[in-house]
Design a protein around this ligand. Structure first.
Ligand SMILES: [Zn+2]
Length: 247
């Protein structure tokens, strides 16, 4: 292993130790890398960026999401050094999550669409006071699950809601030529980092997400890894040594 496991990897390991197993998806018999979850021939580990950021992230996940090889919260935790992840439970709240939300060094923002929230709680900018470091709380779940988590977690009630404005979202889509209407968790996190002024981490995460998608799809479609793509080039400044291009 060349990297320390991120918070999502530790959650997965912990679930496995408790005897909880992922539901095996069909057609995924090939062995996966433990550290990046991609099929070994398309391993992403050499492309994991090293980048500084002031912001931290805290992923609130469902038990299923932790095991999904396509989960993109994992990528955020790879890029942002100050990363935390919790499995949400309505009845059993992790004390460490509450401690994190109450940390006087941090300013937590719950990232959620503003139209579902009382307007007085909504903000569109990241301006922590007193030199606090932003902590982005991301609900890494399906939309239905995310709404439920939002409604049934009283400890979130006092947090400001960071809502990404539609014009920012559409500019982001244009710039990245994202085809899907909904941004995935990694893309939302990249926008949050950008808002916080962590532009290196934002660029690294965007490029890392693209590289992940290419490796993941390449493995699925049994295509050779192509590391000569624009996304790989964008990542180069953030990795220690360029991985060897296979002949
Ligand atoms: Zn790997």
């Amino acid at each position: 292993m060349i990297h320390a496991p991120n918070a999502v990897a530790r959650l997965r390991d912990q679930r496995e130790d408790e005897g909880i197993k992922p539901i095996q998806a069909r057609g995924w018999r090939a062995p996966r890398c433990r550290d990046c979850r991609v099929i070994q021939s398309h391993c992403l580990c050499a492309w994991r960026p090293k980048v500084e950021s002031r912001s931290g992230v805290c992923l609130i996940m469902t038990g299923k999401e932790v095991f999904k090889p396509s989960n993109t919260g994992w990528l955020i935790a790879d890029v942002v050094r100050d990363n935390h992840a919790f499995i949400w439970s309505r009845t059993d709240t992790d004390e460490r999550l509450l401690a994190l939300l109450n940390d006087p060094q941090r300013q937590p923002y719950l990232v959620f669409p503003g139209e579902y929230v009382e307007p007085s709680r909504v903000t569109h900018t990241v301006t922590p006071d007193g030199g606090k470091r932003p902590l982005f709380i991301l609900l890494d779940a399906t939309w239905t699950e995310a709404r439920k988590i939002f409604r049934k977690s009283p400890y979130f009630d006092r947090l400001p809601i960071l809502s990404l404005l539609p014009d920012r979202l559409s500019r982001y889509r244009l710039r990245r030529s994202t085809r899907s209407e909904h941004l995935c968790t990694a893309e939302v996190a990249a926008l949050c980092l950008e808002l916080a002024g962590d532009s290196d981490a934002a660029s690294a995460l965007d490029a890392y997400f693209d590289v992940f998608s290419q490796h993941y799809l390449g493995a699925k479609q049994q295509r050779e890894v192509n590391v000569s793509t624009p996304a790989h080039a964008e990542l180069l400044p953030f990795i220690d040594a360029a991985p060897a291009v296979p002949a």
